[in-house]
Design a protein around this ligand. Structure first.
Ligand SMILES: [Zn+2]
Length: 474
């Protein structure tokens, strides 16, 4: 494209978005008005069908992809098999709205106050859903796709960890194949800048249990009968010492070092120990092995006891000792650690250390993921942010949260990926009462996504010489 025709196309995009702005805001209102609570399943299918209808209106081939849970909404436009394919994703499910009395307007009734629209999902992530659809329509109505194939995927279970997504990727593999994956979700930074991240942590949630007798025992038999809570406490204490060293054999095998470039990206972000401590109300941080706060937050694994239960917990004295005890472990996974592998290592550790009687059950698990911060996708996204926002985005090589969005999907399908947080304002009350979005953020997001779709024609295809390895930089 020549500079002049390029500028003319951008001007067309912006004019279309300006003209269509009220309608796009109405789309968002229509989505807010349709509950889609993944925790309970309330409204999910009806909302998905409504979105598929909007998607078809934009000009995409739209369909629902059935899963073991809420359906995925999928849209596709294939121009030419030789073109690169981008997969743009976010999620249409929302968190529950309770407690209702804290909302100043009904959560499922979109309510405009000045530049802000209040309602559940306005920012997380029905704003992004609306923005993606609006951007697609904008591109298709101002000259169409040229040089890129487009796929759009909206998950209906992100807020509960996307339990159906692994099965869906196995089932719909070809349909979801792409050369680049981008998710629009998450809040802008406090100074209004977009945040781009190239990876996510993982997690393993484990239930531990132990039983030492059929019944709880009279306390005066405590010298004779094993005490279940002591068994559990000793088993837990064998996992980590008081200096925070993780003692599970092979636990850190899959954690690699991070590249100097990515480390300096992490350390370029503002961090204050004092401010963090004050906001948490803690006196000091754990030893962190020479890492800065940002590094510890994003790179160090976590072996946490999330709960410990058993025995008498009431007031006064009860002369009884417990025959069973339980614990919940939250394990924060990094880099290439897999939930199943770490669970197996914890099992082997307990067996080898005399705790074969302590049972382990996987409750939930999500794989960590990471992508290069110097891929063609990364360069494209960063330069488009700088052009549209007038300043660079913040770049995180790895996020410290977990979930199954672009980074995770990209790792599964073997494509470069990143997540862009720009459509929600800095403090949109996500997950809580009075969630809102700024219309100015929504419209600017539409401008960005439409530019991204246009520019994605320049991305290399998988297998091309300049594509580069998929995965984090080491
Ligand atoms: Zn979200």
């Amino acid at each position: 494209m020549t500079d002049r025709s390029d500028m003319a196309r951008l001007a067309k995009l912006d004019a279309y978005i300006e003209q269509g702005g009220d309608r796009f805001v109405e789309w968002l209102g229509g989505l807010i008005a349709r509950p889609s609570v993944s925790t309970t399943g309330e409204g999910s299918r009806a909302c998905a069908e409504h979105i598929a209808g909007l998607m078809a209106e934009t000009g995409l081939e739209a369909r629902l992809l059935e899963t073991d849970g809420a359906p995925l909404v999928f849209g596709h436009l294939q121009g030419n098999d030789a073109w690169p394919t981008v997969l743009v994703t976010t999620h249409y499910d929302v968190q529950p709205v309770e407690p209702l009395e804290l909302w100043q307007s009904p959560p499922y009734q979109p309510t405009q106050v000045g530049d802000q629209i209040f309602g559940r999902g306005s920012s997380d992530a029905k704003g992004p859903v609306s923005a993606v659809l609006a951007a697609v329509e904008t591109v298709l109505q101002t000259g169409g796709l040229d040089g890129v194939n487009l796929k759009v995927l909206f998950d209906g279970e992100e807020e509960i960890g996307s339990p159906s997504l692994p099965g869906a990727i196995a089932r719909y593999g070809e349909l979801l194949a792409a050369d680049a994956v981008v998710t629009f979700d998450g809040n802008s930074l406090p100074d209004g800048r977009p945040l781009i991240n190239f990876g996510g942590g993982g997690m393993l949630y484990l239930d531990l249990g132990v039983r030492t007798a059929r019944n709880d025992i009279h306390a005066n038999r405590g010298a004779l009968v094993p005490n279940a809570l002591w068994r559990m406490v000793w088993a837990l204490a064998s996992l980590k010492d008081a200096r925070e060293n993780i003692l599970i054999d092979g636990f850190s095998d899959a954690i690699s070092t991070i590249s100097a470039r990515d480390l300096s990206l992490l350390d370029s972000h503002p961090w204050s120990d004092a401010a963090e401590l004050a906001s948490i109300g803690a006196a000091e941080f754990l030893p962190r092995d020479g890492h800065s706060g940002n590094e510890a937050l994003h790179l160090l694994p976590i072996v946490g006891i999330a709960g410990l239960h058993g025995g008498y917990d009431g007031e006064g004295v009860a002369a009884v000792l417990p025959s069973s005890a339980g614990a919940k472990l939250y394990i924060g996974l990094r880099h290439a650690q897999s939930p199943e592998d770490v669970a197996a290592k914890i099992r082997a550790h307990l067996d080898q250390n005399g705790f074969a009687d302590v049972t382990t059950t996987i409750v939930a698990g999500t794989e960590p993921s990471g992508h290069r911060t110097d891929s063609a996708l990364a360069r494209l996204v960063e330069s488009e942010v700088t052009k549209l926002y007038g300043r660079p985005a913040a770049v995180y090589p790895r996020a410290n949260w977990y979930g199954r969005q672009a980074s995770w999907i990209g790792s599964r399908i073997g494509a470069h990926a990143c997540q862009i947080s720009m459509i929600a304002p800095p403090q949109p009350n996500n997950h809580g009462p009075n969630e809102y979005i700024d219309i100015s953020y929504l419209l600017r997001g539409i401008r960005f996504i439409s530019r991204f779709i246009l520019r994605a024609s320049g991305l290399p295809r998988r297998g091309a010489a300049d594509y580069g390895a998929v995965g984090p930089q080491l």
